[in-house]
Design a protein around this ligand. Sequence first.
Ligand SMILES: Nc1ncnc2c1ncn2[C@@H]1O[C@H](COP(=O)(O)OP(=O)(O)OP(=O)(O)O)[C@@H](O)[C@H]1O
Ligand SMILES: [Mg+2]
Length: 507
Amino acid sequence: MSNYILEIENLTKDFPGVRALDDISLKIEKGEIHSLCGENGAGKSTLMSVISGVYPKGDYQGKVFYKGKETNYHSVKDSEKEGLAIIHQELALSPYLSIYENIFLGHMKTRFGIINWNYYIMESKKYLKQVGLHEPPETMVSKLGVGKQQLVEIARALSKKVDLLILDEPTSSLNDDESEKLLNLILEFKQQGITCVMISHKLNEVLKVADTVTVLRDGRSIGSYKVKEENLTEAKIIRDMVGRDLTHRFPERKSKPADTIMEVRNWSVYHPEYHAIKVVDNVSFVLKKGEILAFCGPMGAGRTELMMSLFGRSYGYRSEGELYIKGKRVELTSSKAAMKAGLGYISEDRKGLGLILIQDIKTNISNSNLEQVSNFGIINTRKEIMLAEKYRKELNIRTPSINQQARNLSGGNQQKVVVSRTLAVNPEIFMVDEPTRGIDVGAKTEVYNILNDLVDAGKSVIMVSSELPEALGMADRIYVMNEGKIKGVLTHDEASQEKIMHMALVG
Ligand SMILES: Nc1ncnc2c1ncn2[C@@H]1O[C@H](COP(=O)(O)OP(=O)(O)OP(=O)(O)O)[C@@H](O)[C@H]1O
Ligand SMILES: [Mg+2]
């Protein structure tokens, strides 16, 4: 028997106008944690989709051997049967089913045609405990945040027998604390003999857990490295990813924040269903012109809910409190009213609220900007194209054409479209929720540059970020939230990871 659980030989995969994978050969050792790195659109997700049978044999050239045998999958179901599980970058749960139903969906056993629900509820508790999710199994998945949904996906993978677990950016929507738990979980799986392939843009995490790292660039494999033996560094991975060194991950800013532009007083938001629960509890803060504010805190701290409720009450059964923009009290009762008042919002949930997947890139960008691309109420296609081309260039959206449907873009490139759309609206106050989620290191810096340019031009930014280094690198001030409350505020110079974490827990 060979040492390899997976061997890929000369794999090539084309999409119309794009060679996503170009003659890739790769070996994954049994029992190792193997990380795949590469820029947005490098081909990471496509490679995993080929391996797991999302793209059936015949859809690609080259050979894949799993457990020593050449694979011939027609769908994901075939690979699942052989102990191969994939957790996709974009979550694939059924939102209106419960946690435990999602875990066992498609592999529940019946006895005389009857499913023993209680048994599965009990069983699911076992897996939920293993992944550290403390929600009742009967909870509907749509009620969970993206991070918790991620854990449900992992519980689902565990509930099947798995030998090779593929995780496509598993920590992209988790904060540091939760990420660490998840990484420990992956290390535990390794102890149990499960092989893991992990795709990630968080290079520090990659170096923490991976035994081997393979870097892809433009559909090609640039190199595979043993992390320990070869003393692999983040700088080396980045160099391979982008083909050059990358300095200044957080660019310098020239301007200083000035007068208050927005003020929130005693803002509370009530849960959409459990009306007595305050998801945001008596929050007050100020935002200055030319300032970047970051909101940090653990998952469920209420940051997204706060932003959404401020943005025209887009969340919550009801909210109370006062909102002032440029010194004037405003009542924003719809997202339209919010936009009119100068607010722009980039949602953390790009699939649900951000993008229309079956529309092309240019329509997605112009959607919220119809005035800009219209003449006398009629859409001017030329203007629409110019707008989209501008952002394609600025943010390096990788695609053969802006007429490409959004669903055909890689995850990070979809995120860039969402960012473009709000940038094009050009609001006074940008509220950005996890703006760089799933974006590669190079493109992140581009987003930071754009945010800096905005505040240099007198705009203001409120950023919700689970990546502490990002908040520390970018924000003038950091508000720390937990359990719906603001626990404290730190200036750029005072702030550190330890202080933020301590403040979130202790206040
Ligand atoms: N269904 C599709 N139709 C057309 N092109 C596609 C399709 N899926 C992927 N592509 C293209 O293939 C290339 C590789 O995409 P892939 O999703 O594998 O990138 P990735 O490395 O996972 O990037 P990210 O870090 O952004 O997730 C990209 O250029 C993408 O636009
Ligand atoms: Mg991907």
